[in-house]
Design a protein around this ligand. Structure first.
Ligand SMILES: *Cc1c(COP(=O)(O)O)cnc(C)c1O
Length: 367
């Protein structure tokens, strides 16, 4: 917390809107819409997963449909596909960006179109603060009439080419304000879209699908997914420090990179024209037997009460998804095997950063 949140939470109490509706919720949505630019509509929701669930339902994903999705992601970015009874097909990363391989998607879409079996939607993940390659993704989705839902849960504050903000892509994009994200409302999410009709649908479905009538009337089922007005107050305060948080995370990343890249760590690349938030500093360590491998580093840090964690385990490697289709050559598997996320919190002191850097450097030098 920055200290500014209390004011807005206080205003929420003063307004007595202790509910998933109210002036702070409206203002928070407006702040995010203004930040993202381009006349986007924002709908505050209870989580990023809820936002993805609604987005999939609204773009028309149904039972038996295929959803093509990045394998390297967090469970909350996948499970909503299962809520809809749809079938995920997992895709590998592009080694030059560590986001979903748009060239591979293009080839597979062409083949699927020939076979008359197009997916209903594609869901790229903006990984660790970095945008997916939106230009070709938006182009191929338009070409084949496939919906594009961008999982920007990890990338708010980041930019794609020409300064386009992360969270502005596709038919809809989703954001998360969970406690571990770059800014937080403790728990919360948002659906972002250019299409006012999609935003209206999200408002309708997230408040129990109440048809206009003096009594409670329902022609379809909905969800209780709207964001609390109190939590939106936290969000207003957090938006005012978002750019500072991005600058801090990028500075932490740069310190790690300067010290550890010369010792053999391959950090997540940032393609020209992109601006990642570096939400988490992620890098690949030497193979076991060829130096200080990922597990050696992780265990040594843990011995000193420093938390680090392997990269997301690709979904096609999860027991839950045994036997599910996977397209790619296993670059994501390689990232999982070798990759570690180093401590990246915006509140890390310089001494804390130095300690982590020192301990990792020592291991790498020892080999
Ligand atoms: C955090 C996250 C989500 C889910 O957001 P919640 O607010 O935790 O439900 C979805 N996708 C990705 C990539 C995430 O990192």
């Amino acid at each position: 917390m920055s200290g500014r949140e209390r004011v807005h939470v206080g205003e929420a109490f003063d307004s007595n809107f202790v509910a998933p509706v109210g002036p702070q919720l409206n203002a928070f949505e407006e702040h995010v819409a203004e930040y993202l630019g381009q006349g986007l509509h924002c709908v505050g929701l209870s989580s990023g997963s809820a936002a993805l669930h609604l987005a999939l339902r609204i773009v028309g994903v149904g039972a038996g449909d295929e959803v093509w999705i990045s394998s390297m992601t967090f469970a909350g970015g996948i499970f909503p596909v299962l809520y809809m009874g749809a079938t995920p097909v997992f895709f590998d990363l592009d080694p030059t960006s560590w986001t979903v391989d748009a060239g591979l998607l293009r080839e597979e879409l062409a083949a699927a179109a020939r076979a008359g079996r197009l997916p209903k939607a594609i869901v790229p993940t903006d990984l660790y603060g970095q945008s997916a390659d939106l230009d070709p993704l938006e182009e191929i989705c338009a070409e084949y009439g496939v919906k594009l839902v961008v999982d920007s849960a990890e990338s708010l504050g980041g930019e794609y080419r020409a300064g386009r903000k992360c969270g502005s892509g596709g038919d809809a994009a989703i954001l998360s304000f969970n406690g571990n994200k770059i800014i937080t409302t403790s728990s919360g999410g948002m659906l972002v879209t250019r299409d006012a009709g999609v935003a209206d649908q999200a408002r309708f479905l997230s408040t129990q699908a109440r048809d206009p009538a003096p009594h409670y009337e329902h022609s379809t089922f909905g969800y209780n997914y709207r964001l609390s007005n109190i939590l939106a107050g936290i969000g207003i305060g957090q938006m005012s420090v978002l750019d500072d948080r991005v600058a801090t995370r990028r500075a932490i990343f740069e310190r790690y990179r300067e010290a550890l890249e010369p010792l053999g760590v391959a950090f997540m690349p940032e393609p020209a024209g992109y601006r990642s938030t570096r939400w988490l500093t992620a890098g690949l360590f030497p193979a076991a037997g060829e130096g200080a491998d990922r597990e050696t580093v992780r265990e040594e840090l843990a011995r000193h009460e420093i938390e680090s964690r392997p990269l997301w385990k690709p979904m096609h490697m999860q027991p839950l998804f045994a036997g599910t289709s996977y397209k790619g050559s296993g670059f994501d598997e390689h990232c999982f095997e070798r990759g570690l996320c180093l401590p990246s919190g915006s509140d890390m002191s310089r001494d804390e950063q130095d300690e982590v850097i020192g301990r990792v450097a020592e291991l790498l030098k020892r080999g």
